[in-house]
Design a protein around this ligand. Structure first.
Ligand code: CO
Length: 221
């Protein structure tokens, strides 16, 4: 059998890793020792798997500072054991203070749904985005420009998924025992690298729906 490291594309990762370790040893020599003890991230990022939206780089945080869950089109279905388990670990064990649901413009998953295309198995997963599209059909149909419509669905999806996070037993229970955790909706622009706040930041059960209406109103304004 051929040595896997003879494949340059695979080998590159190990060369890059060595170079990265060397640069960390120059800039923050205690980092690995510190991280080996424990992780104490303040932030939990729920984003799209898209390779162009790497959590740590986008918010310029070092290893250990952001806990991450990513999937196609940053969806948080209340029945998804993977997302829920990651959320529970973040909130109950790590005690993160901020949960960010981060959508992004030019999202292939969102585009697929808007264009009504089929891609395969993932169509079932993207059904969650289709539900968002259907429940905001009026707002979306009012936008004549397809780019605007796409951008709006990316924003609406981030808002809806952030609201889903708020509805989980994990977040509801944390709030009812007085734990400080705020859920936010954001959207990231591939074209300019900027993260935008969507005016949906919820830290109490009573705000989940009222803040949602306010954020929706701002989008439509
Ligand atoms: Co995407």
């Amino acid at each position: 059998m051929m040595n896997a490291l003879d494949d340059p594309a695979y080998r590159l990762l190990f060369d890059n890793n060595r170079a990265w370790v060397e640069s960390v040893q120059r800039t923050d020599p205690a980092l690995f020792e510190r991280l080996a003890q424990q992780q104490t991230p303040k932030y939990f990022w729920i984003g799209c798997s898209d390779s162009r939206v790497p959590a740590n780089e986008v918010i310029n945080l070092a290893p250990g500072e952001v806990f991450v869950h990513r999937n196609v089109a940053n969806v948080v279905p209340q029945s998804d054991l993977n997302a829920l388990s990651t959320l529970q670990f973040a909130v109950d064990i790590l005690k993160v203070e901020h949960v960010l649901v981060v959508g992004h413009y030019d999202c292939s998953g969102v585009k697929t749904v808007l264009e009504g295309r089929r891609v395969g198995l993932a169509d079932n997963w993207l059904g969650h985005v289709r539900e968002v599209m259907d429940s905001h059909a009026n707002q979306l149909d009012a936008l004549a420009d397809p780019v605007q419509r796409h951008d709006r669905l990316c924003e609406l999806n981030a808002l809806e998924q952030a609201r889903n996070v708020c509805r989980t037993t994990v977040v509801q229970d944390a709030w009812s025992r007085g734990q400080h955790v705020t859920v936010h909706a954001c959207v990231y622009g591939l074209k300019d690298g900027l993260l935008r706040d969507l005016s949906y930041s919820v830290s109490r059960a009573g705000e989940v729906y009222s803040q949602f209406d306010i954020a929706l109103g701002r989008l439509a304004a």
